[in-house]
Design a protein around this ligand. Structure first.
Ligand code: FE2
Ligand code: FE2
Length: 212
């Protein structure tokens, strides 16, 4: 990751940093690279899942149109956020991109044709994994902030903004999870196998995308 912010010429800017900037280690930069890579892939998948789910779900349950659109629009916003980060920091997107594109569309379409409850169970499963994944990333970056604090330093503004963005997106994912439960995701049949297989698939996809 290349942080393109102003680091050493704070005296020439109008809002100088009060404390020295915490310098990221190689390991921390790699953590951010892989976080941005996996988040971009996940958000791509989310937009494709809703894209595939929307027509069958809305056809049989027109009252769900605004909800499906709302969730899709938020995912599209998340995806564009990570596209910008990826480009700005010159992070390589996952090599699995085309595979996730197909997998996400198949997952969205197949759960939607199983019915509204299965479509919602898909959202419940995905957001459970994604929400906790974002949480881990937030926790990690906050631990850097705590370390910086102990040293009398602070995270650079861009990293502060990034962690705030991760938190906002995490909250939106957890909101999708709530919408899914409110819309009878728990009534999906067969609930347990469906949820478990999707959650395992998400974890596997996360694992792979962090590395390749
Ligand atoms: Fe998202
Ligand atoms: Fe989501």
């Amino acid at each position: 990751m290349r942080l393109n912010h102003v680091r050493h010429n704070s005296t020439t800017t109008s809002s100088p940093q009060k404390k020295p900037i915490y310098q990221l280690s190689q390991r921390q930069r790699e953590f951010l690279d892989s976080a941005l890579r996996v988040n971009q892939a996940g958000e791509l998948a989310a937009t494709l899942i809703y894209d595939a789910q929307k027509p069958p779900v809305v056809r049989s349950h027109p009252h769900l149109r605004p909800l499906m659109k709302h969730m899709y629009d938020q995912e599209a916003g998340h995806f564009s956020t990570f596209n910008k980060y990826i480009a700005k920091h010159q992070v390589r997107p996952t090599a699995m991109y085309p595979v996730w594109e197909v997998a996400a569309s198949v997952l969205g379409w197949s759960t939607a044709v199983m019915g509204r409850e299965a479509a919602m169970a898909c959202t419940e499963a995905v957001e459970t994994e994604i929400g906790s994944h974002y949480n881990e990333q937030v926790r990690e970056i906050l631990s850097w902030a705590a370390e910086a604090e102990r040293r009398g330093e602070e995270l650079d503004d861009e990293l502060k903004e990034m962690v705030a963005t991760f938190r906002r997106i995490r909250d939106e994912e957890l909101e999708h999870l709530d919408h899914a439960v409110e819309n009878d995701s728990k009534e999906a049949k067969p609930y347990d196998p469906l949820i478990n297989v999707i959650r395992a698939g998400c974890r596997a996809a996360i694992n792979v995308s962090e590395r390749v």
